[in-house]
Design a protein around this ligand. Structure first.
Ligand SMILES: Cc1cc2nc3c(=O)[nH]c(=O)nc-3n(C[C@H](O)[C@H](O)[C@H](O)COP(=O)(O)OP(=O)(O)OC[C@H]3O[C@@H](n4cnc5c(N)ncnc54)[C@H](O)[C@@H]3O)c2cc1C
Length: 330
């Protein structure tokens, strides 16, 4: 069990976190970045990213994230693979606990923990998760080549995933609880022009059916018409759930003010949270845009605001550090 002290600690190894690190490092704040379970999580699930500037051709998601990590390290960021499991913002420096057992102290903190895929919440969905039920068409679509799959959702994530699946599966059925998609027009048009895609409007998934013998796997879904309550079965071996995301903010409940749906509340044109010295950037504060470029941009804002915060005199006394610090960054 080690203790680390950083002038700027960043939680999250996505575009927001890495870009915050690049800016903080270039300001000579020698940031420490904790990546969590999966560095660059969301974009590493993307086969290709087409809308990040600086790449004339579509760039592979994992490659883009690897470049960001290397750039952050090259300018002086220390990257650690750990998961933050608890935080204490009542004292300064802020104190965080890692899953590894390590303790982190931070004079300023940038939260860039992103958002996680939302689930339908059905016990049967949970039962067959990983056995035909998946939240990632990019990772798992390849297993359904020439098969019939079902995807539930109606936003950008669902439509992109359905497009991806339509290139692999023989038939893609999109189940959406409304009578139109919320996705960008270009994506909607692209999807609706696909001959092997059918959309079932105004329906929800009620139940995931499956078998246990000869092996545990999904065999179909029961769908319900939200207007008539009629139900029917759709046979499939693959259900993709693409119904949005929840911000990864459980860790900060009770410590920071939260906005709608658990997003961290920040000031207007600012990444400042309700606690001075704690900034938040990327999908964790953004229910609207949710793009790599906007997350990265917010990361740069957070780093600049952290720099400004550290340059100001402290309003509360710094706590005496009673634990041995083995790593001092900055
Ligand atoms: C399927 C899919 C396709 C997409 N395609 C595109 C696209 O083509 N173009 C585009 O611009 N955007 C795309 N997006 C959106 C884009 O991925 C996100 O907007 C972007 O990744 C958000 O960046 P972020 O840094 O805020 O969060 P994330 O990229 O989600 O990163 C969050 C980071 O926080 C870490 N973390 C979380 N909790 C902890 C913890 N407790 N301790 C330590 N670390 C933690 C995670 O491990 C992760 O490294 C797509 C999203 C999805 C789901």
């Amino acid at each position: 069990m080690n203790a680390h002290h950083a002038r700027v600690l960043i939680i999250g190894g996505g575009p927001a976190g890495y870009n915050a690190a690049i800016y903080a490092a270039r300001a000579n704040l020698k940031p420490l970045l904790v990546t969590g379970l999966q560095a660059g999580r969301r974009l590493t699930t993307m086969a290709y990213v087409e809308n990040f500037p600086g790449f004339a051709e579509p760039v592979e998601g994992p490659l883009l994230m690897e470049q960001m990590r290397q750039q952050a390290e090259n300018v002086g960021t220390k990257v650690m693979h750990d998961i933050i499991t608890s935080v204490d913002f009542w004292k300064r420096p802020f104190r965080l606990q890692g899953h590894s057992g390590d303790t982190y102290l931070a004079d300023a903190l940038i939260i860039a923990t992103g958002a996680q895929a939302r689930r339908l919440g059905l016990p049967s969905e949970k039962k067959f998760n990983g056995f035909g039920v998946s939240a990632s068409a990019i990772f798992n679509g390849v297993f359904y080549r020439n098969e019939e799959v079902v995807i539930v959702g109606g936003g950008n994530t669902a439509v992109r995933a359905a497009l991806h699946l339509s290139n692999l599966a023989s038939k893609v059925t999109v189940v959406h609880r409304r009578d139109r998609f919320r996705a960008e027009s270009i994506l909607k048009d692209r999807l609706l022009s696909k001959p092997n895609v059918t959309v079932i409007w105004n329906h929800v998934i009620d139940e995931v059916n499956g078998e246990h013998e000869p092996s545990k796997w999904v065999t179909g879904v029961r769908i319900r018409d939200v207007k008539t309550e009629d139900v029917r079965e759709l046979p499939t071996h693959g259900l993709f759930v693409a119904i949005g995301h929840d911000p990864a903010t459980a860790l900060f409940r009770g410590q920071l003010d939260m906005a709608r749906a658990g997003y961290i509340k920040v000031g207007s044109w600012s990444t400042k949270t309700s606690v001075p010295g704690v900034l938040a950037a990327g999908d964790v504060i953004d229910p609207v845009f949710r793009r790599a470029i906007s997350a990265a941009a917010m990361g740069s804002m957070a780093a600049q605001e952290a720099e400004k915060f550290l340059a100001e005199p402290l309003v509360t006394p710094v706590e005496t550090r009673e634990i041995e610090i083995i790593g001092v960054y900055g």
